[in-house]
Design a protein around this ligand. Structure first.
Ligand code: HEM
Length: 453
């Protein structure tokens, strides 16, 4: 893969997978990498409580995310996962509904400007900015106003850094930090890191100072204007770090940066792919709309968590969309103990690459794998299917901690967009080329035409 262009990488991976299905070995220098795409083969790796170390690709994220939940391993990961899990409890997520709704309203107003644009527009930047607004407020309790403030250095830095990291991954001669620091990308990378870290550090410092100054319960629960204070993940982490398990400022920054990265790029991709598929399958879109109509009747009221729970069909649509276009298409593990996969033993020290995208298109589990069919997630079809045939949020102990959050956010956004607009995609699935990156993105964006309902 060395020297393959960003645009050509996905096609190359695809070609090899079809040629060597279901399992093959590649070499990264002297390290064997086993490419895995069958549910049976993924299971022993994902179920293991020992093989939880991430592959070397995640090292490229360390300068930004340090060793937060996504990138850490061993005792640190275990202790932090235990500490952070309660902050994703349903009761806490319910509090975020207000933020989801507020930011979605801004999105819908922005999209309104595209009505009548018959040439179409790329919906990706609209969705990304909305997802950024949501994660910024829920993770840090602060606003970046990405939807209003298009020229924000923070938002630009978030955009640029993911792209720069991928370019570096594909160019081994740039792995040396000293050499890299003299390149154009290396300089921009340093700049982005400074912007992102100083923003998070500033927010943490302010929150800590506020926490110290708020002595009464009344002060803790209300802001300076007497409004009810919204609790963010950061508040919960700060609270937790006052107990027995003390998190350092550095620990907290790593976790908040991890939420910022994992919590917006993945949901943006999933939302965009869902709109793309609905724009290609108008009959499915109509069924989504009918469900919305039955929940809201003619009222223009905003959804609460009870409404979201009733959006069963929309949930199947999101799940099916994540089957065809899983936001995280590939995950990697550095095996620390031998593992048996089918008739092979993968030795400790080797690396395993788990191809989620290709696993999801296995005709053994999804008989018509390329078709968009939300009924694939009817309870009777899910029952009896191999539990590792569908793993968009990974599985086992290192599964996605934010999956419930993602589903609530996505339902809120899609409900508002589809109640207000009818969407049509300008490209068919067969026309779209993909970027094989940390997150599965379309080359050329997602081009839609929208009209009012
Ligand atoms: C559609 C949306 C999402 C998808 C498809 C997704 C997918 C994934 C996947 C596949 C992993 C495993 C990565 C690996 O093993 O390398 C993961 C881990 C993780 N995700 Fe998500 N994610 C989504 C949304 C979110 C959100 C909204 C948050 C936070 C607010 C989040 C936070 C995390 C964290 C912290 C981890 C690391 C967990 C650990 O290792 O303990 N994700 N996600």
């Amino acid at each position: 893969m060395i020297g393959v262009t960003r645009e050509g990488l996905w096609d190359k991976i695809n070609e090899y997978i079809h040629k060597f299905w279901p399992l093959f070995r590649t070499w990264n220098g002297s390290i064997p990498e086993i490419q895995i795409m069958e549910a049976d083969h993924m299971e022993p790796i994902l179920r293991s409580s020992v093989n939880i170390k991430k592959g070397y690709v995640y090292d490229f994220l360390h300068p930004w995310l340090g060793t937060g939940l996504l990138t850490s391993t061993g005792q640190k990961w275990f202790a932090h996962r235990k500490l952070i899990t309660p902050t994703f409890h349903f009761k806490i997520l319910e509090n975020f509904q207000e933020v989801f709704v507020e930011k979605t309203q801004i999105l819908v107003e922005k999209l309104q400007k595209e009505v009548g644009n018959s040439k179409g527009f790329d919906v990706y930047p609209y969705i990304t900015r909305c997802a950024l607004d949501i994660i910024c407020e829920t993770a840090m309790g602060t606003e970046v106003n990405a939807q209003e403030n298009i020229n924000s250095p923070y938002v630009d830095a978030i955009y640029d850094i993911s792209e720069i990291i991928i370019r570096r991954m594909l160019r081994p001669w740039l792995r040396n930090d000293f050499v890299y620091s003299f390149t154009k990308d290396g300089k921009r990378y340093k700049e982005c890191l400074e912007i992102l870290h100083s923003f998070t550090t500033k927010v943490i410092r302010e929150k800590k100072a506020n926490l110290k100054n708020q002595t009464t319960q009344q002060e803790t629960q209300h802001d300076d204007l007497g409004r009810k204070r919204r609790v963010a993940f950061l508040d919960l982490l700060l609270e937790a770090s006052q107990g027995d398990t003390v998190l350092s400022d550095e620990d907290i920054r790593e976790e908040v940066d991890t939420f910022m990265f994992e919590g917006h790029d993945t949901t943006s991709a999933s939302l965009c792919w869902t709109l793309f598929l609905l724009g290609n399958y108008p009959e499915v879109q109509e069924k989504v709309f009918e469900e919305q109509a039955s929940i809201f009747q003619d009222s223009g009221r905003q959804p609460n968590t009870q409404d979201l729970a009733e959006m069963k069909y929309l949930e199947r649509v999101i799940k099916e969309s994540l089957r065809l276009y899983p936001s995280v298409p590939i995950i990697l593990r550095h095996l620390t103990e031998d593992v048996t996969v089918g008739e092979h033993t993968l030795p400790a020290g080797s690396h395993a690459t788990l191809h989620i995208y290709h696993a999801h298109r296995n005709p053994k589990y999804f008989p018509n794998p390329e078709a968009f069919d939300p009924d694939n997630f009817l309870p009777e079809r899910v029952q009896g299917r191999h539990p590792y045939a569908y793993v968009p949020f990974s599985a086992g102990s290192r599964n996605c901690i934010g999956q419930k959050f993602a589903l609530l956010e996505e339902k809120t956004v899609l409900s508002a967009v589809l109640r207000r607009f009818r969407v049509r995609a300008l490209d068919a699935p067969s026309d779209v080329r993909l970027y094989a990156e940390l997150v599965l993105r379309p080359q050329g964006g997602i081009r839609l035409v929208i009209e009012p309902r």
